[in-house]
Design a protein around this ligand. Structure first.
Ligand SMILES: NC(=O)C1=CN([C@@H]2O[C@H](COP(=O)(O)OP(=O)(O)OC[C@H]3O[C@@H](n4cnc5c(N)ncnc54)[C@H](OP(=O)(O)O)[C@@H]3O)[C@@H](O)[C@H]2O)C=CC1
Ligand SMILES: C[C@H](O)[C@@H]1OC(=O)[C@H](O)[C@@H]1O
Length: 254
């Protein structure tokens, strides 16, 4: 029996990176999968095609998570296709690296709206559906090691990652009576488009790699096992928790 057999899992921001790996990994674990994305039609189609080629079921629903109506539409389309929602992986996010003193207001506001407001709307829409279904569920927010530590060019971003972790702590309390578990995943530095430009500087990349006791930066696939675990009934008594998946980067003081 596969860990997510019979479950419907939704994941936001799955046209690339961690979300894409989570969607494909969850489908391989038996879930029917609905993915959200906002711009990359080809990436979303490729994700769905890869799941279907492997014998799984998937749909893609386009929508900007910063808009409140996107969340309700996403959940409704998933229910239409698969009949229910068991797991929501809130993953969509942006990190436009920028210095603090001249941070454009638009960059600050966009980052907050996509990463934090988007998470709030998605988690709320999924929870409403799960409560109506009456058989619990699992909500996973992709937070970050950046919920715990700062970044010189991430002053607009790290508060959003602390925010989604805090959202999971509060919703774990609000939704526990409905059997809905809420947890955060805290990835370290994972090689995706979000940091391609930042890590194009060989010195920066070498420095970041050097901070990881396991000796390498993460791949999106490194996030799949922890996400499938938190989504599955193996984690039936895990709620309000934060799972750091960073190759040991956080504890590496000296
Ligand atoms: N990579 C890393 O080192 C780390 C990443 N994270 C977090 O992981 C999550 C995924 O990041 P990662 O995979 O690295 O980044 P990528 O840039 O590779 O992927 C981001 C995904 O989010 C989607 N997206 C962006 N904006 C929106 C939006 N407004 N509405 C809907 N979808 C959107 C993108 O789709 P499209 O282009 O189609 O809109 C894409 O599918 C983020 O929340 C990030 O903060 C956390 C810790 C470390
Ligand atoms: C985008 C960064 O490389 C990435 O995002 C995070 O949340 C981690 O802190 C990494 O720095």
């Amino acid at each position: 029996m596969r860990l997510l057999e019979g479950k419907t899992l939704l994941v936001t921001g799955a046209s690339a990176g961690i979300g894409r790996a989570a969607a494909i990994g969850a489908a391989a674990a038996g879930a029917s999968v609905a993915i959200n994305y906002s711009r990359d039609d080809a990436g979303a189609e490729a994700c769905v095609a890869e799941i279907e080629r492997a014998g799984g079921k998937a749909i893609a629903v386009k929508g900007d998570v910063s808009l409140p109506e996107t969340a309700g539409e996403f959940v409704a389309r998933a229910v239409e296709a698969f009949g229910k929602v068991d797991v929501m992986v809130n993953n969509a996010g942006i990190c436009p690296f920028h210095a603090f003193l001249d941070m454009p207001v638009e960059t600050l506001e966009r980052t907050m709206r996509v990463n934090l407001h988007g998470a709030y709307f998605m988690v709320q829409a999924a929870a409403r559906q799960m409560v109506a279904q009456g058989h619990g569920g699992s909500i996973i927010a992709v937070s970050s090691i950046s919920a715990l530590v700062g970044g010189e060019y991430q002053t607009h971003y790290t508060p959003t990652k602390a925010g989604v972790h805090s959202l999971m702590q509060s919703t774990a309390i609000a939704l526990g009576k409905h059997g809905i578990r809420c947890n955060s995943l805290l990835p370290g530095t994972i090689l995706t488009d979000i940091n391609k430009d930042d890590l194009a500087d060989p010195e920066k990349r070498e420095y970041m790699e050097g901070r990881v006791p396991l000796g390498r930066l993460g791949q999106p696939e490194d996030m799949v096992g922890p996400i499938v675990f938190l989504a599955s009934d193996m984690a039936a008594y895990v709620t309000g928790a934060a799972l750091l998946v960073d190759g040991g980067m956080f504890v590496n003081l000296q």
